[in-house]
Design a binder for this molecule. Structure first.
Ligand code: GDP
Length: 295
């Protein structure tokens, strides 16, 4: 992931290596290349501009010009700023409900159903929770089937109501079912569409009101770059979600979504999806991701 961005940042910072001393011009030139690398990765223009401005201020403030190892200091400043850009701290999910309700939102194909399964499996194995998966995509029978296959695979019960076209009712019934069967986490998979539309937003907003989730997670395909950020904004305006899940980071993702989303919606990235298998889920750590980007 982020291979192109990594290479370009490495090249930009490499120029400083071997310089015992560097000048303000060297710093400016390096940061120009850093900015170019961010823009190539599909990071929003304003975000990229602010990024280099902040690094420059810090570099000059920390006497990078007279430091013994200016290139190492610059790498550290860029790494710190990348960490900040991706949220700074690791933010876990809130499992305090009884049962905890987790609502998945996002466009069709973003990876909601797959991630619902991954999260159920993660909570079951890592946190020893009793999980119920709920299929609320009433438009595509295939989506319910897919969830059932996933549930079977990981040994988690799936609640669905064939023939019921009312996702609000299904989710409410699922909560009752969860309580009566001793489940302590309910993960609700919802219907997405190919683009943001009013009907989808109204529907998910109604489910949200009805089940009052501890965690609403916005699932987004990281390959979609800037579009991912616009979609995140639309969903956040309606749902005020708790966190973001970036999927498909195993592909050749440029990085724009990961680097821009926090600045735009001010919500943390909580998990990443790194493959189609049920085990391909990781808690998102901004510092580790920055380390990975800078090699
Ligand atoms: P939904 O429509 O939002 O429920 O999306 P799905 O869960 O059906 O996922 C759409 C496609 O993306 C499926 O083919 C998944 O196998 C695939 N997918 C989901 N998450 C990942 C991921 O992290 N990496 C990869 N490579 N594929 C993924």
């Amino acid at each position: 992931m982020f291979n192109n961005l990594s290479d370009k940042l490495d090249k930009a910072l490499h120029v400083l290596k071997g310089h015992g001393k560097i000048t303000e011009v060297n710093v400016a030139e390096t940061l120009k290349e850093v900015r170019r690398a961010l823009l190539d990765a599909d990071v929003n223009f304003k975000i990229a501009k602010n990024f280099t401005k902040t690094v420059k201020e810090k570099a000059l403030g920390q006497d990078v010009l007279t430091s013994l190892n200016p290139s190492q200091l610059m790498v550290k400043l860029v790494k710190d700023e990348l960490t900040e850009l991706m949220g700074g701290e690791t933010v876990g999910i809130n499992l305090s409900g009884n049962p905890t309700v987790i609502l998945m939102s996002g466009l069709q194909g973003s990876g909601k159903t797959t991630f619902s399964g991954k999260l159920a499996n993660y909570l079951k194995t890592k946190k020893t929770k009793q999980v119920l998966l709920v299929g609320c995509d009433v438009y595509r029978p295939a989506a319910i089937n897919q969830l059932q296959v996933v549930g079977e695979q990981i040994g988690v019960e799936v609640y669905a109501e064939v023939g019921n076209q009312n996702p609000v009712e299904i989710s409410q019934n699922a909560l009752k079912h969860a309580k009566s069967t001793g489940k302590n986490v309910v993960i609700i998979d919802t219907a997405g569409r190919l683009a943001v539309d009013e009907e989808m937003m109204t529907e998910i907003s109604n489910i949200h009101k009805a089940v009052n989730p501890q965690e609403t997670l916005f699932v987004v395909d990281s390959m979609t770059g800037q579009d991912a950020v616009n979609t995140a904004k639309a969903f956040n305006d309606i749902l005020n979600f708790e966190g973001v899940v970036l999927t498909k980071l195993d592909g050749d993702t440029r990085g724009g979504a990961a680097l821009s989303i926090k600045s735009v919606v001010d919500k943390p990235i909580k998990f990443i999806g790194t493959g189609e298998k049920m085990e391909a889920i990781d808690v998102f750590h901004p510092d580790r991701m920055a380390d990975r980007i800078l090699g």
